[in-house]
Design a protein around this ligand. Structure first.
Ligand code: F3S
Length: 391
């Protein structure tokens, strides 16, 4: 791999042990990917920082790295943690877990990472088309590539941290023009009627079809901002791809390989996904990916028109969207709001009795994998259930 003089010095350890370690990891991954060089990045987003997922081994790794003087060299933000950093007791989190989760965040903060604790970094910062990023949260990666026209691979959490320290990513995959060529075109037209209001199901189907391949989605009506989030999060749950060309949404013209596969989605495919997530439920959780401020307002407005929540509803959003008046409004309507975490990486669903309705296919997938009973529905159906109608 061709390295600049600065990169070579960093790799030799001339600028410290922590940078040497980070550069070595980035170069090794680059070699495995066949990258000819590295590319400077402007923003890294680190995932996998819930103590529930990384445990003591992850905590020790981060504290050791911070102890060796590691510092990020670009803007670096964080995915959700395993608890609301302030109201963790209300979530059913025990003291031991909370103490270790706080240590994880502290170690990252010592390295200069901003504790944004949200999986929607794209809502809280500007990204220009063509900008190179190192993001490690599948829904955010898909959003960056497919909606913002930025360039990032689907990096793992530790790699994104090393890239943040090195300020570089391997120039491979979705960073390159060739890596952004679509290899599969998915036509939703035959199932469009059946998919009305169910972008999350469409996304889940697309992810299964595409696997790691860049895809084009055809035959879907133009989604709203929050439907795009649900769609891409679902793609990230069922597939390994990091880019879907969505007509009318993606700023980049799709380049499609001459031998790209064409697949049509039928109504039966929709029913199959619905059947996968058709469990019993007696509470509802929303906010995967984290709700934007606009979505929060929309949800609360809808419930207000319906006279408030008659069934349990828990919302998840970013601390950057925090607002006392919204909190009080939610409280009056009987709705709980938590920050910094989500239904998948915190113990909230167990505390709710283990049977929940969701509007996110990504949440449905991961909660079902944790053994919970999950029902996937449209946002409208879910809110009607909460307001006292439906099941
Ligand atoms: Fe975000 Fe948690 Fe879903 S991290 S995308 S809300 S699983």
């Amino acid at each position: 791999m061709e390295l600049t003089r600065w990169e070579e010095r960093a790799l030799r350890g001339d600028m410290g042990e922590a940078l040497r370690l980070a550069m070595r990891a980035v170069v090794k991954v680059g070699e495995a990917l066949g990258a000819e060089r590295l590319v400077p990045i402007t923003w890294a987003h680190v995932s996998g920082i819930s103590y529930k997922n990384i445990g003591d081994a992850g905590l020790e790794f981060l504290e050791e790295l911070a102890g060796r003087g590691a510092r990020v060299s670009v803007k670096t933000t964080l995915n959700p943690a395993g608890m609301d950093m302030e109201r963790w007791r209300e979530m059913g989190v025990d003291e031991g877990f909370a103490e270790k989760q706080l240590r994880v965040i502290r170690a990252l903060a010592r390295m200069g990472v901003q504790a944004t604790l949200t999986c929607t970094p794209y809502l809280y910062g500007r990204v220009e088309p063509g900008e190179h990023l190192a993001w490690a949260e599948s829904n955010a990666v898909l959003y960056a590539n497919s909606v913002l026209g930025a360039r990032t691979n689907r990096d793992g959490g530790p790699l994104a941290l090393f890239e943040a320290i090195a300020g570089r990513a391997p120039y491979a995959g979705l960073h390159t023009d060739e890596g952004r060529v679509a290899r599969v075109v998915v036509d939703f037209a035959p199932a469009a009627e059946r998919l009305r209001g169910l972008y999350q199901v469409a996304g889940y189907i697309l992810g299964r079809i595409a696997g790691p391949r860049v895809a084009v989605a055809e035959g879907l009506p133009r989604p709203s901002a929050w439907e795009v989030k649900l769609f891409l999060a679902a793609v990230g749950a069922s597939g390994g791809t990091g880019l879907v060309y969505l007509p009318g949404v993606t700023p980049e013209e799709p380049r499609v390989a001459g031998d790209a596969e064409r697949v049509s989605v039928e109504p039966g495919d929709v029913e199959e996904v619905e059947a996968m997530f058709s469990g019993e439920f007696d509470a509802a959780v929303l906010g995967c990916p984290h709700l934007s401020r606009e979505e929060l307002v929309e949800v609360l407005r809808y419930l207000e028109r319906r006279g408030g929540a008659r069934r349990r509803l828990v919302l998840f959003t970013a601390r950057a969207a925090r607002d006392r008046s919204l909190e009080e409004w939610a409280g009056r309507l009987g709705v709980e709001v938590f920050y910094d975490t989500c239904m998948v990486v915190s113990p909230i669903v167990g505390r709710l009795g283990g049977r929940v309705a969701v509007d996110s296919a990504k949440a449905a997938y991961y909660l079902a994998a944790q053994g919970y009973s999950v029902r996937l529905m449209s946002r409208r159906q879910l809110l009607d259930y909460v307001a006292g109608g439906g099941d």
